[in-house]
Unconditional design. Structure first.
Length: 301
């Protein structure tokens, strides 16, 4: 039996930002159904056990959930910051169920300035033990597909940004609970079609970021991808080129269940004072694309 709640629509919340519980309480009346709590590079001063308790309290009278935790840093390097990033991954894995979720996401990391395949041995060295820890705690690991400006030849942050890389990663670390935090935006800006990926990789997609892109194909055709003119922009869903009705339909066809959490703060138009206008419009758009709006603030009990 299927329901609208098989695919929830939510948003990202900065776990290192001020007063996360208050932020959640402010977002709930807008209709968000799930939240992905994110940490940039490390946890800073955050005590995850305490934060989880506060978050549970903030959501206690709603049906909204925490979909995932995510750590965005480069865990493959050998400096203190990379060590802190690795520690944050491990802590998030241990505490995910305290938040009521079983997905921990983030960047796979990269050996800076080297061709992508050169990072695979280090990727396995770092993530094989984390995958073992995740299995022990019943957690799935999900790598975001953002290139962070990198290519196959070189980059600074993340190897998990295209299907060729995924084939190398999952061949080297084939555990079924290691997969993707996928979004169509990062495929569009690489001129990759999202739908063959959904067919081939849907079993590895554990979490979806609600972010889109716009491609100016006339400018691209006239000036090329390496010219001085911008030809692509990251967009909030509903303002970009992706057919979210088709994407969600394809996900439903393969019986995918999970959350699509809006990754805001990138849109060139709906930003600053218009940020939440854009996010709420994206929420409504994605809810309609998945088949309607489900009530989210039904009191428990």
């Amino acid at each position: 039996m299927h329901s609208l709640y098989d695919i929830r629509i939510g948003t990202l919340v900065d776990g290192r930002g001020p007063d996360v519980p208050a932020r959640l309480r402010a977002l709930l009346p807008l209709g968000f159904e799930s939240f992905s709590i994110t940490y940039w590079q490390d946890l800073g001063e955050v005590d995850l056990a305490r934060q989880a308790e506060e978050v549970r309290g903030a959501l206690a009278t709603s049906t909204a959930v925490i979909s995932s935790l995510a750590v965005f840093g480069n865990p493959l390097e050998r400096d203190d910051q990379a060590a802190a990033t690795r520690a944050a991954w491990a802590a998030a894995i241990r505490h995910a169920h305290d938040f009521g979720c079983d997905v921990v996401g983030g960047f796979a990391g990269r050996l800076r300035g080297l061709p992508l395949p050169d990072s695979i041995p280090r990727f396995v060295e770092i993530f094989a033990p984390l995958a073992e820890l995740a299995a022990k705690h019943g957690v799935r690991l999900a790598f975001e597909n953002c290139a962070m400006g990198g290519t196959w030849a070189s980059g600074d942050w993340n190897i998990a940004h295209n299907p060729d890389a995924w084939e190398l990663m999952f061949a080297a670390l084939p555990a079924a609970h290691v997969g993707l935090e996928w979004e169509p935006c990062h495929q569009l800006v690489q001129l990759i079609d999202a739908f063959p990926q959904l067919d081939a990789w849907h079993q590895r997609i554990f979490h979806v970021h609600g972010k889109d892109a716009s491609i100016d194909r006339h400018r691209l055709a006239r000036h090329g991808f390496a010219g001085k003119r911008e030809w692509s922009w990251h967009r909030t869903p509903g303002f970009g080129d992706s057919d979210w009705t088709a994407i969600i339909s394809r996900l439903r066809q393969v019986d995918w269940k999970g959350s699509i959490d809006i990754e805001g703060w990138h849109d060139p138009v709906y930003r600053d004072e218009l940020e939440m206008n854009g996010q709420v419009q994206a929420l409504r758009h994605l809810q309609q694309c998945r088949g309607g709006i489900a009530p989210v603030l039904v009191p428990k009990g």
